[in-house]
Write a protein of this length. Structure first.
Length: 434
């Protein structure tokens, strides 16, 4: 069997040149992650180069499996939101060692993998009402945006009001505003790779302002993986009782990945009569990516919505994903460039702010006139950034939603699993949170 037959080129009405262009398009739109992910996770004390290599290898593994086994034009990489949760909420705010956090990612990924072989996966996804799903996604978006604003010192601490506007006379803060405007202008004009191109242009401005120091070399052999490889502390997860963290990694990755796959599959015309062919292979690709990512030293992977750019360029088969993976391999030698860009908050903060905004899209699917559906989602959305914890936001939503249904006489409309989640989060937030 040749490549055309394996990837079903004729059946999906595509060819090599179209798939290659689609893969290049997807890659350019998501390559910012090789800068942003190490920049975020290195704040926990993890080695930047190690996370950089782990990010690329995990992306390659998951994306290759997605392309070769599942035959979908969907790329996989460490998810925005989960990396922020890993670093800022779990490690920095809760004081969990990054090795334990990696252990939680590993356990959640293995559970995800097991669920991908069973029908319980669908039950778990169906149990969570769409209003909460969208509220969680949007809440993570607000959390990411808040972190971006903090990193750039656009928002700073205030004794009187907790937070306030930062000093725009600060060169780095002002440069962040410029970088944000550049990225937004590129995006509204639908420029491919707007976020990454915005990073480059902001870095160029920073260089002429004397804020950016060029590295001694722009390319180097991959290094640092020995400092993150097999560093996950699985026993520490159980000793520390980090079960809510495992659950958060699992549930968010599960429905985020599934939602993205369905959206991209629909866009590519691959969903037939409401069915997603070979969805098990697609979910396994993400599960393997996350599992190997934890082993290598990075936060959970997820299917990237940026894959839609490649689909829009004509990508219809897994060969698009294979092209993305091969392009990631070339970036392995660009660690000095990534570290240079990541060293400037003004370069990475606009991406965080804009990605956070993009995650607001699902809020339109919530019926805001139905208070028993909308208010729990609103609490999730609000509490994640205010409590600096995705787990807390998820927990509050999972408690309030069933309670409102019970007092409205609609207890039977709530999936039994939601009641289990409610009890577990009452115990977690009420008795174990401190």
């Amino acid at each position: 069997m040749n490549l055309k037959e394996w990837f079903k080129f004729s059946e999906r009405k595509t060819d090599f040149s179209t798939e290659i262009i689609a893969g290049m398009t997807t890659f350019v739109t998501m390559v910012y992650i090789v800068v942003v992910n190490p920049a975020i996770l290195s704040k926990t004390g993890m080695d930047f180069n190690g996370v950089f290599v782990a990010t690329i290898l995990a992306s390659m593994i998951g994306t290759l499996i997605m392309g070769i086994v599942a035959n979908y034009p969907i790329a996989i990489a460490p998810g925005m939101g989960m990396n922020a949760y890993f670093a800022f909420a779990v490690v920095l705010a809760m004081g969990v060692a990054w090795q334990q956090a990696l252990g939680a990612v590993f356990i959640a990924s293995v559970i995800f993998m097991i669920l991908s072989f069973t029908k319980f996966r669908n039950s778990l996804i169906d149990a969570i009402p769409i209003s909460l799903k969208q509220g969680i996604t949007a809440g993570i978006g607000l959390f990411i945006t808040f972190i971006g604003l903090q990193n750039a010192k656009l928002v700073v601490g205030s004794p009187a009001t907790l937070v306030t506007l930062g000093n725009l006379e600060d060169p780095m803060t002002f440069l962040t505003v410029i970088g944000l405007i550049i990225s937004l202008v590129l995006m509204v004009n639908r420029v491919k790779g707007a976020l990454f191109l915005g990073m480059i242009l902001t870095a160029i401005i920073a260089f002429f302002q004397g804020l950016l120091v060029l590295p001694d070399t722009f390319f180097s052999m991959p290094s640092g993986l020995d400092k993150t490889f097999m560093q996950m502390d699985i026993q520490g997860v159980f000793d520390g009782g980090l079960y809510a963290i495992i659950f958060t990694f699992l549930i968010v990755t599960l429905f985020d990945t599934t939602g993205t796959m369905l959206g991209i599959g629909e866009q590519a015309g691959l969903i037939k009569e409401g069915k997603f062919p070979n969805i098990r292979g697609a979910l396994l690709a993400d599960a393997f990516g996350s599992t190997f990512g934890a082993i290598l030293g990075t936060s959970p992977t997820s299917s990237y919505v940026e894959s839609g750019a490649g689909v829009a360029a004509g990508g219809r088969t897994g060969f698009t994903a294979v092209v993305v993976a091969l392009l990631f391999a070339l970036v392995l030698f660009c660690a000095p460039i990534a570290q240079m860009l990541a060293s400037l908050p003004a370069v990475t903060a606009p991406s965080l702010i804009i990605v956070g905004f993009l995650m607001m899209n699902g809020l339109r699917k919530i019926d805001w006139n139905d208070m028993e559906e909308a208010f729990p989602a609103f609490l999730v959305l609000l509490m994640m950034p205010l409590c600096y914890s995705i787990t807390t936001g998820v927990g509050i939503g999972f408690i309030i939603y069933p309670l409102l249904k019970i007092f409205r006489g609609k207890a039977a409309q709530v999936h039994p699993l939601m009641y289990i989640f409610m009890i577990l989060f009452i115990v977690q937030l009420g008795f174990l949170n401190h």
